[in-house]
Design a protein around this ligand. Structure first.
Ligand code: ZN
Ligand code: ZN
Length: 312
């Protein structure tokens, strides 16, 4: 028979174990809140949150067409203060300005992602750059010159000429994303591969533009962002420190569970290196390993809040 002292001791141990377990399941995986600025809206009310909980993301920018406003509102109602919305529309259609203006009235806090077969300095995107400035929302653009599969084509082409846009639209908050944006961190990139590997030649266009233009930000999402941070370990920490106010964490991950289950990089055979992995977890791990805690917090939380004017 156990006496009262033994009983109380055992009880205390049990309670301590329960408390430790509760903390391990509720404590943030990354030591604080994490905002994913590149989270395409998934089918169903819960799928986005399932992914986020799996990879330790607390808040997300839902990217979706302007026509999905009701679904966005339903997700926001179920998970208050967890989601903001960034809207897109077919910018090759004449009503794009009208559609996106209405989306902002309906609560959208950003444009994008915009991914169309147009030139980055062509009339379709120029209209959107001007509108983003007028409505005071950031605009996220997918830049890609090399196709991932036969027949895909290229998206927002001509990134090497993009400095002229940064000059022409000084009040627009541009968020650069995807293959061409990230491949051009290296000065020797000539569109030979979607995801170039090996050492980065210093002085690449993306690196220069981030340093020279206050209105350009970099979205660290997808295989493209992860690849740029992985290919040359001697580059990564210094790059993140130099642009600590300009780089923003995003995942663009399509895995289901935040642990690499399902398909991580949809429709993209060139991104096979991410197969079975969660892009959010992979990139957050690189960021954690290559930054001081205050910089990690900027990249994963503070910069995104400022950029999208989110009230925490
Ligand atoms: Zn994209
Ligand atoms: Zn994932």
């Amino acid at each position: 028979m156990i006496d009262r002292r033994q009983f109380l001791g055992a009880l205390a141990a049990t309670l301590a174990a329960v408390e430790a377990k509760a903390q391990s399941t509720t404590a943030p995986l990354w030591g604080g809140p994490v905002l994913d600025i590149h989270s395409h809206m998934r089918q169903g009310l819960d799928a986005n949150m399932v992914h986020m909980e799996g990879c330790g993301v607390t808040n997300a920018v839902l990217l979706t067409r302007a026509t999905a406003v009701e679904q966005v509102k339903a997700v926001q109602a179920k998970y208050p203060n967890c989601f903001i919305w960034s809207a897109s529309a077919d910018i090759t259609k004449p009503d794009a300005v009208e559609v996106l203006t209405k989306a902002v009235k309906d609560g959208a806090q950003g444009f994008g992602e915009l991914k169309f077969h147009v030139e980055a300095d062509g009339p379709e995107l120029r209209r959107m750059y001007a509108l983003a400035a007028e409505l005071d929302v950031p605009i996220l653009v997918h830049f890609q010159e090399v196709q991932h599969f036969e027949g895909e084509g290229a998206w927002s082409t001509g990134f090497k000429r993009f400095e002229a846009m940064l000059k022409a639209y000084p009040k627009t908050r541009f968020i650069g994303h995807a293959d061409a944006f990230w491949a051009n961190v290296s000065a020797d990139y000539h569109e030979e591969a979607a995801y170039p590997t090996g050492p980065i030649k210093r002085g690449g266009i993306t690196d220069k533009l981030l340093g020279d233009y206050a209105n350009l930000y970099g979205d660290l999402s997808a295989n493209s962002g992860n690849n740029a941070l992985s290919r040359d370990p001697s580059f990564t920490a210094d790059f993140l420190a130099r642009h600590q106010n300009k780089l923003v964490f995003g995942s663009d991950c399509s895995c289901q569970d935040g642990r690499g289950g399902g398909v991580s990089q949809n429709n993209n055979p060139a991104a096979a290196r991410m197969r079975g992995k969660c892009a959010a977890r992979e990139t957050l791990t690189i960021l954690k390993q290559n930054t001081e805690p205050d910089v990690f917090r900027k990249l994963t939380w503070e910069n995104g809040l400022k950029l999208f004017k989110i009230k925490a």
